[in-house]
Design a protein around this ligand. Sequence first.
Ligand SMILES: Nc1ncnc2c1ncn2[C@@H]1O[C@H](COP(=O)(O)OP(=O)(O)O)[C@@H](O)[C@H]1O
Ligand SMILES: [Mg+2]
Length: 270
Amino acid sequence: MAQSIVTSPENISRIKTYIKGFDENIQGGIPEGHITLIHGSAGTMKSSLCFSILYNEAILNKKTGLYISLEQSFHSIIKNMVNMGFDMNKINLVYIEDLANFSNNIQELKQGEGNLIVVDIGAIRKLVKDVKVSENRSWLNVVKNIVLKTKKACEFDLLTFDSLSALYTLSTFENPRMELFYLFEYLRDLEITSYLISEENSNSRESIYDSEAFLSDGIIVLRLTPFRRNIVREIKVDKMRATKCNNDVFSFEYRNGAFHAMYGGQNPLL
Ligand SMILES: Nc1ncnc2c1ncn2[C@@H]1O[C@H](COP(=O)(O)OP(=O)(O)O)[C@@H](O)[C@H]1O
Ligand SMILES: [Mg+2]
């Protein structure tokens, strides 16, 4: 399907991050169809932020999101989100832990309503552990197949892939730049908006990060910064194609049921 040419900035549809004080600094949100890296070390709330975007889009815009988790289990993700005050009764949550039941699970999707599909690859891996699988079984292909099967079953709009780094430990990438290029093109062809979680300093694979960074349309960096005897959470945009951004480093907090980004534009507090 040929894409139509954008004729004015207002034509660019955007998807909010639902971070108060942040969307205002990226022209309202991330352009639809973008592939954005959510980059940061452990505990920077990457998974929580991506889940929050899919959750809010399901409720407010009736979008369907697919959350593929390679390592963190479905139950652990939900426990974390419920602890943050997210109400799972507000969304149609579809949980896939066994590919054999995929077609049945997909029936639980509600057409015309927002859905959040969580695919627990960890659970799937445990199931196939005992089955004789070829040595070269590529989890990249398994993941691509899940994305394609879901796309055939329903028109889903948003994808979170948690995480690219976990994929590298499961699949051997002989030429990461090339294989990532094809993965990114594959996602672009599906015309979905993707949030790819990229772990900082995971297995010293920073060279792969360079490839991820070049190929992506956007990079949002989350970090934990020591400050006196405290640690502050921070967020910044390193790259966002088709967007006039404020590249300041914002404080990043989750309180009163919402993410907040603070500061921007004034002289930095030293
Ligand atoms: N109710 C809450 N309010 C604020 N922060 C929370 C709350 N519940 C959990 N967290 C924080 O979320 C962090 C985990 O977030 P997560 O999205 O799993 O991080 P990442 O995916 O980057 O490793 C925990 O370290 C915890 O401090
Ligand atoms: Mg995580």
